[in-house]
Design a protein around this ligand. Structure first.
Ligand code: GLY
Length: 401
C-alpha cells in the first residue's frame, strides 16, 4: 500500500501486528526524533533512552542531525559506530556492539536506531534481535541500496569466515523494524559508485515486479534515469517508494522465505526467494577476493550492488539457456546496467566450475539442489530448482571479461 503527501511517501509493510511504515522523503533525518518519540513517548517525565548505531563512513553532518533531532525530542542517546565494509560484518563487531549496549544498561523496551548503509543495518539489526532476546529496531538507511532493499523486510545478520571462505549472511535472524525512515537528501552526498550499486537492486525489483503490483517498474526506471542520476528529490522518492512497495508485497506474502521448495507462496505468486534474483551468482562472485569493477586494483573489491548487477546478467543468460526467456533479455539487462555505469563483465573470475562450487555452498541450496531465480521477461521472474549445469555455466561465462 502506497500513500503519498507532497514529496513524502509512506509504504506500509503488511505484516499484521509486525507491520510497519517506510517513510520516504527529503529532510526526514531532522524529524527523526519526532517520529521515534511518537512510538516511544517518555514515561513519567523521565527522558527515554535509545542506542544509536551509526555507519562510520557517512558524513558527520548526518550523525549530528540525527543525534540532535533525537536529543530535541527528549531522548538520552548512547552511540557506537560500525565500519561499513563486508569483512567487518562479523561476529566480532556484533560482540562489541552487544558489550557496548549492555554497558549502557539498555532495557528491553528501549529502541535501537541503525543509521547507515546495509552493513550497519544488518549488524545493528542482528544486535537488536539478540540483545535481551530482542529490542525494538528503527532503520534509518543512508544508501540507495539500503533504502530500496536491506532496511525493509527484517533480514538481519553477519557473515561467517570459514575454511572455505566468507559465507555471506550465514548467521542471522528475522527481526522486523518498527519504522523505516529514508531521507532522500542524504543521497546527495552518496558517492556515484554507491548510488549506481543501489540501482542494481532497483533493476532487480523491476525484473520481478509484475506479480507484485507494478508491471512497468523496469521501463519506468529506465525512462526516469536522467532525473534519477541527477538525484532530484521528487524522482528518488518515487523510485524508492515503488521499489519498497514491491519488496513489501513480496515480504507480505512470505515473510520468512518459507514458500514451498518450488518457491511458490500460498498466493500462487513467487515467494520471498524471488528477491534472490541475481544473488546466488552475486554471492559467489563477490566472495572471490580482489575482483574489481574496472579491473584496476585500487577499485577492488566489488560492491554488493555491483556483484548483483553481474548476477542479473548471469541469471538472464541462464534463463535464456533454460528456454525461459527471450534471447534479447540479457542484452536489455546489460544496457540498463551500462546506462548507470555498472560493470557487466569482470576480469579474473575463476573457472566456471569453481564459481559453481561457491554457488552450491550458498545457504539457499536445499538438499544439495540449487534454486535459481530466472527472469522470464522484463517484469516477471520464476524460481528454477536444480537447473542443468550447462545453463548455469553459460550465465557465469557471460560475465567473464
Ligand atoms: N534482500 C533479499 C530479501 O530481503 O529477502
Amino acid at each position: 500500500m502506497l500513500a503519498t503527501a507532497p514529496l513524502v511517501s509512506t509504504v506500509r509493510v503488511p505484516l499484521g501486528e509486525r507491520g510497519y511504515d517506510v517513510r520516504i522523503g527529503p529532510g526526514l533525518l531532522e524529524r527523526l526524533g519526532e517520529a521515534v518519540a511518537e512510538m516511544f513517548p517518555p514515561v513519567g517525565g523521565r527522558p527515554n533512552r535509545l542506542f544509536l548505531v551509526y555507519d562510520a563512513g557517512i558524513p558527520d553532518e548526518h550523525v549530528v542531525a540525527a543525534s540532535r533531532s533525537l536529543a530535541h525530542a527528549g531522548f538520552r542517546v548512547a552511540a557506537a559506530s560500525v565500519q561499513p565494509h563486508e569483512p567487518q560484518k562479523n561476529l566480532g563487531t556484533l560482540a562489541r556492539l552487544l558489550v557496548d549496549i549492555s554497558e549502557t544498561r539498555h532495557e528491553r523496551g528501549e529502541p535501537v536506531v541503525a543509521l547507515g548503509g546495509g552493513v550497519t543495518g544488518d549488524v545493528a539489526g542482528f544486535m537488536a534481535a539478540t540483545y535481551r532476546r530482542g529490542v525494538p529496531l528503527i532503520q534509518v538507511p543512508t544508501t540507495l541500496l539500503a533504502m530500496v532493499d536491506a532496511s525493509v523486510g527484517g533480514k538481519t545478520g553477519v557473515n561467517l569466515l570459514t575454511e572455505t571462505g566468507l559465507q555471506k549472511n550465514l548467521v542471522g535472524a528475522f527481526h522486523q523494524p518498527r519504522l523505516v525512515l529514508a531521507d532522500v537528501r542524504v543521497l546527495h552526498s552518496l558517492p556515484d559508485r554507491q548510488f549506481a550499486a543501489g540501482l542494481a537492486e532497483c533493476f532487480k525489483h523491476g525484473l520481478l515486479s509484475a506479480d507484485f503490483g507494478d508491471a512497468d517498474l523496469f521501463s519506468w526506471t529506465l525512462s526516469a534515469l536522467p532525473r534519477v542520476l541527477r538525484r532530484e528529490d521528487s524522482v528518488t522518492v518515487e523510485l524508492i517508494a515503488r521499489n519498497v512497495a514491491v519488496k513489501a508485497a513480496v515480504v507480505g506474502g512470505d515473510e520468512r522465505e518459507e514458500a514451498a521448495a518450488d518457491g511458490v507462496a500460498g498466493s500462487g505468486k513467487p515467494g520471498r526467494a524471488v528477491l534472490n534474483l541475481g544473488h546466488t551468482f552475486a554471492h559467489a562472485i563477490e566472495t572471490v577476493p580482489d575482483l574489481s569493477p574496472t579491473g584496476l586494483r585500487e577499485d577492488a573489491p566489488l560492491l554488493h550492488g555491483e556483484a548483483v548487477g553481474l548476477g542479473l546478467v548471469a541469471a538472464a543468460t541462464t534463463s535464456v539457456a533454460l528456454g525461459k526467456a527471450e534471447p534479447t533479455i540479457p542484452e536489455r539487462v546489460r544496457q540498463a546496467l551500462e546506462a548507470v555505469r555498472l560493470p557487466v563483465r569482470v576480469r579474473n573470475l575463476p573457472a566456471a566450475g569453481a564459481v559453481l562450487d561457491r554457488m552450491l555452498e550458498d545457504k539457499k541450496v536445499s538438499a544439495g539442489r540449487l534454486r535459481l531465480v530466472a527472469p522470464a521477461s522484463l517484469g516477471r521472474s520464476v524460481i528454477v530448482v536444480d537447473p542443468p549445469e550447462a545453463a548455469v555455466t553459460a550465465g557465469i561465462d557471460a560475465v567473464r571479461s
